[in-house]
Design a binder for this molecule. Structure first.
Ligand SMILES: Nc1ncnc2c1ncn2[C@@H]1O[C@H](COP(=O)(O)OP(=O)(O)OP(=O)(O)O)[C@@H](O)[C@H]1O
Ligand SMILES: N[C@@H](CCO)C(=O)O
Length: 327
């Protein structure tokens, strides 16, 4: 589930009155997601904003810093103007995109159609690769910057906060993480091109109709970092079974092909790709491990399995760029 903050329908109706979005017809809490509270709103509205008369209402909970919201808002406007299917933040009649509701920062957001796939096909992975390449092209010229709090230094901080509790998840995991951090410190590429990246392009953040991408959502980790690292994150999320036990080479080759069609990797990015994938695997291993350790087992939020990413890490540690991206 992801409705941490319950808002009475009457309050949503009052909130909506600030916008040219019509009156509330229904408000349903959205179960998916773990970070924020999301509602799907239907309105009577006559408006040229949003897709039909549906909107997303997001209340920001723990990990999103209110001070970062202008970066996300301006980024989505920039990408949208350049043809990317991303949800814009909707301004109220006075031009304000950021509001407060039930004591939380809250925004009304464009609704995009589509569903997120759970078992992507190679053709869907190719479409996701193209959409990521298009995003990187469209991001050129976006001048705002946001540091990646989950960069290598952030991984060290997270590992320190998890400490020996990592061994409660799996015997030897604390040492494994420490060894990997040392290896990445010695090998992480420092001179690859940087840009704004999505940084969390999992299948649940890509809306699709069949093999067409209809929307990229959940930009709340977007930041400035190594551009090819974004492809590594996407690779880690799209090219394995959920438990990380099976690598799907056909999806990986298709993802790489799609990215090449839209943007492409330089030889240096390609050579560094296995290292970037190790970093991506460690990043999700650590955030999942931190949540695992700090979320009670009986909490309403389903904890994601950190070991699914330890297995990916093992795989990446033995792989070369040709295996990961197709010849
Ligand atoms: N603009 C949108 N258009 C259509 N559906 C959306 C939109 N934004 C969010 N959703 C729906 O809400 C769900 C949760 O959104 P989102 O992924 O942003 O939540 P979150 O709490 O940030 O979760 P997480 O970070 O765990 O992915 C999505 O899976 C999707 O079903
Ligand atoms: N995509 C992340 C969760 C939130 O970003 C994961 O699967 O661990």
């Amino acid at each position: 589930m992801a409705v941490y903050t319950h808002v009475p329908a009457e309050d949503i109706d009052v909130f909506l009155a600030r916008y040219d979005a019509g009156r509330l017809v229904s408000a349903k809490g959205i179960a998916e997601g773990v970070e924020n509270s999301n509602y799907l709103l239907e309105t009577t509205g006559s408006t040229d904003q949003g897709d039909g008369q549906r909107f997303i209402l997001t209340l920001y909970e723990k990990r999103v810093d209110e001070a970062d919201l202008p970066f996300f808002m301006d980024l989505l406007d920039h990408l949208s103007v350049r043809g990317c299917r991303v949800p814009r933040f909707i301004p109220d009649r006075e031009g304000h995109r950021l509001q407060h509701l039930a004591g939380r920062p809250a925004c009304l957001i464009e609704f995009l159609t589509g569903i997120s796939v759970t078992e992507p096909t190679a053709a869907q992975a190719q479409a996701a690769g193209m959409a990521l390449g298009d995003l990187h092209k469209a991001a050129q010229g976006f001048l705002l910057e946001r540091p990646n709090r989950l960069d290598k230094r952030g991984w060290h901080r997270l590992a320190a906060r998890c400490g020996k509790d990592l061994d409660q998840i799996e015997a030897g995991l604390a040492q494994r993480v420490s060894d990997e951090l040392n290896w990445l410190d010695a090998h992480w590429p420092e001179d690859l091109p940087q840009s704004v990246i999505h940084a969390d392009l999992f299948p649940d953040n890509v809306l699709m109709l069949g093999e067409q991408v209809t929307g990229l959502i959940d930009f709340y980790f977007s930041c400035t970092d190594i551009r090819a690292y974004d492809l590594a994150v996407t690779h880690s999320a799209w090219c394995f079974s959920n438990d990380g036990k099976t690598f799907f080479g056909d999806r990986a080759a298709a993802l790489g092909m799609g990215y090449d069609q839209a943007h492409g990797l330089t030889p240096a990015e390609r050579a560094a790709f296995p290292i970037l994938c190790r970093g991506a695997a460690l990043r999700f291993l650590l955030t999942r491990a931190y949540d695992w350790i700090n979320t009670p087992a009986d909490a309403l939020v389903t904890r994601k399995d950190p070991l699914a990413y330890r297995r990916r890490l093992d795989f990446y540690a033995g792989a070369n760029a040709a295996e990961l991206l197709g010849a």
